[in-house]
Design a protein around this ligand. Sequence first.
Ligand SMILES: O=C[C@H](O)COP(=O)(O)O
Length: 270
Amino acid sequence: MARRQPAPARREGRRPLIAGNWKMHMTHLEAIGLVQKLVFSLTEEELDAAEVVVLPPFTALRSVQTLVNGDQLAIGYGAQDLSAHDSGAYTGEVSGAMLAALACGFVVVGHSERRSLHGEDDAVVAAKTQAALRHGLTPIVCVGEGLEVRQAGGHVAHCTAQLDASLAGLSAEDVTRVVLAYEPVWAIGTGEVATPEDAQEVCGALRSRLAERFGPDTAAVVRILYGGSVKAASTAGILAGPDVDGALVGGASLDADEFAKICRSAAGGS
Ligand SMILES: O=C[C@H](O)COP(=O)(O)O
């Protein structure tokens, strides 16, 4: 069984990160089974080479925390969303403080499903990013264009504009604590994975924009993930891009064997 190990530094200090966004799947009992199977499928060396994170629904976080901490498992976990507010009369919301109390390391912010289904604009995403940082959580800030924007050739401008707005109000030091995820909306849950060149083009442009706004030293340490129909078979190609530091995986993260293969591929194995 793989237990916690110190993380090595790779790619100018950027350790590959594979995060499994379970979306609205898995009860807390199913979550325990999935995490156990995942961790037992991976070796210590693989979990040392790539950082593996699961992002269950809120209702499963406590169970995952108990399992990961109790067995000292070498994976991280976090949430799929948080409130921009720290406390108050916000029925149904969950604060960064509550996630921090469950020892979450990560939280997704600005996923396209939150943007489109819950009307979250860039100002909300920026406020949530700041809330995550206030509570010591690593926000995984998502950007990505829809099909029409892609077909019109506006994807780079669209994503860099989302980056600018989503990171509004942050210092360069704050930005070093952020993970970005490029998720083209047309590739999410569609089976339509971007090519490695598509992923690198936008991830590279995001890093260049970070360098312009926050300086090259900050840009060099921020991890940028690709997300959108990632499968084990496509992982190595996608991660070959020099600016692609990992993957935000949806559907394939619900299958322990497939997700373990993705993590193994990111760790440099086959
Ligand atoms: O957060 C994950 C993305 O929405 C990708 O989902 P998918 O791998 O099911 O396309």
